[in-house]
Design a protein around this ligand. Structure first.
Ligand SMILES: *Cc1c(COP(=O)(O)O)cnc(C)c1O
Length: 472
């Protein structure tokens, strides 16, 4: 498998070559030259596989230069009952006939990001050991990415993590989870700004090729291709779990921010998985919903980004969206480069009325938005009807999904975090706090470690240079 840039300016590379980075050097995102097709017979033959077997089959089609033995051992070490709570890894529960919850949040940090990040930690260690390299990961998080990355990379040889988070904008649980880590290779940086400011600082670094090479800077944010592809696995797993012997379709509802999770659904569908609808659920930060309804993609400034009760979706520039648009415009890299130039210049592009936008229905993507009131109402109604607590992001997904159910097509809602991470909102909805799992109880009292920093890329560079060894 070879990888290209969505903007056409990168010579083809292997999986190992793109693993440690995020962006292509031309500013685009790396994408596979094609999606491997899984025919009905192959899909049927996967029915007996457990999560690891399925992960191996899917990943080997994208990471074909690692070697099957190495990949199998990495996958086997990653997806264990020890790390993810059950041998099933992503158990599925039926809320009512035709409505399912895919539990993706039983990993170490109680959000779905662990599923990809734990694999990434092991992949990084493997590739770094093989090449004798060091890697300094610089990332931006609005909450869940950061903790997932830190718990995946803690103690890994050759890796340091510099994680930027918006100061004062994460939940108390998220803060405690990240900042109480006291590891020599983990650095928490609390930025005086919003998530998009953090992301812009990371992008400024990634765009400085001299700095990037000198300090071996890599990324683990949601543009990392390995993360996206690791997420493809549970779409297949869920389809196999819900359907019988035939090739009947299901739909997925995905609480979305940076568009990484639902992009994985798009890739699964493009590989041949029978998927009717991919429901993109946003919160009040609805740039994606606006695009899917109107064809107009209008990013917002940091000041226009709402701070909501589903904070991991408080995103106004969806960093993975370019990969979907690349497919939507028929993989025309010149067109993508033009669209993103327009976006840089004027903060928007408009595909309404275009031939590309006319093709949207063929991709199964539909969307909706959910508000704070919707979130609370959904948390209450799911609790009343099914005795189950769902977190605010999952509630957004369930709310939007309700508009898109079709007779005879199971709707699978992705549970992207556990409610205990967002206890304030659960309390507001139900008047009770979710129980804190034992392993997290003593965490809240411990000292927190972080460095405050203005939203200034130059200061970030200085800090990184001061805390690691140069690669040259
Ligand atoms: C990251 C995250 C999302 C959004 O996922 P994307 O891949 O960025 O679209 C939704 N819910 C939770 C709980 C998250 O942590």
């Amino acid at each position: 498998m070879r990888y290209l840039s969505t903007r056409g300016g990168m010579a083809p590379q292997t999986f190992s070559q793109i693993l440690l980075g995020g962006l292509a050097d031309d500013g685009g995102l790396v994408v596979p030259e094609s999606y491997p097709r899984i025919d009905a017979a192959t899909l049927a033959s996967w029915r007996g596989l457990d999560y690891r077997g399925l992960a191996f089959e899917i990943l080997r089609r994208y990471a074909d230069d690692l070697g099957d033995d190495a990949l199998r051992s990495l996958v086997d070490r990653t997806y264990t009952a020890d790390v993810f709570g059950t041998a099933d890894i992503t158990p599925l529960v039926e809320l009512e006939p035709g409505l399912h919850l895919l539990q993706l949040s039983n990993g170490p940090t109680l959000a779905f990001k662990d599923l990809a990040m734990q694999l990434l930690g092991n992949l990084f260690e493997h590739v770094l050991a093989r090449t004798g390299r060091q890697l300094n990961i610089v990332g931006a998080t609005s909450g869940d990415t950061g903790s997932a990355a830190e718990y995946a990379m803690r103690g890994k040889a050759g890796v340091r993590v510099f994680m930027l988070s918006p100061h004062g904008r994460m939940s108390a649980f998220q803060r405690a989870q990240m900042y109480t880590l006291d590891e020599p290779n983990i650095f928490n940086i609390a930025v005086l700004g919003v998530f998009d400011d953090c992301q812009d600082m990371v992008k400024a670094l990634a765009g400085d090729l001299v700095f990037k090479n000198r300090w071996s800077i890599g990324a683990v944010n949601s543009i990392n291709w390995a993360r996206v592809v690791a997420q493809v696995v549970y779409y297949f797993k869920a389809w196999l779990a819900v359907t019988g012997g035939d090739g009947s379709p299901v739909s997925f509802a995905v609480p979305s921010g940076n568009f990484g999770n639902v992009l994985a659904g798009h890739i699964a569908r493009s590989m041949g998985l029978p998927v009717s609808r991919l429901v993109v659920a946003t919160n009040e930060n609805d740039v994606l919903d606006e695009f899917f309804r109107t064809g107009r993609y209008r990013t917002r400034s940091a000041a226009q980004t709402h701070q909501t009760s589903s904070p991991s979706m408080d995103i106004s520039k969806a960093s993975n969206f370019e990969r979907f648009v690349f497919d939507l415009v028929g993989r025309d890299a010149t067109r993508v480069a033009e669209l993103w130039q327009a976006l840089e210049r004027g903060g928007e592009f408009d595909l309404s009325g275009s031939e590309a936008f006319g093709r949207l229905a063929g991709f199964g993507m539909v969307s909706g938005r959910s508000t704070h009131a919707d979130r609370l109402a959904t948390i209450r109604s799911i609790h009343a009807a099914h005795g189950r607590l769902v977190d605010p992001h999952t509630a957004d997904g369930l709310k939007v999904a309700s508009a898109y159910r079709e007779p005879g097509v199971p709707m699978i809602c992705l549970e992207t975090a556990l409610p205990v991470k967002f206890a304030e909102t659960i309390h507001e909805a139900l008047g009770v706090e979710p129980a804190v799992p034992g392993r997290f109880r003593e965490m809240t009292g411990r000292a927190q470690h972080f460095t405050l920093m203005p939203a200034d890329a130059a200061q970030l560079k200085q800090y990184i240079a001061g805390h690691c060894r140069s690669a040259s």
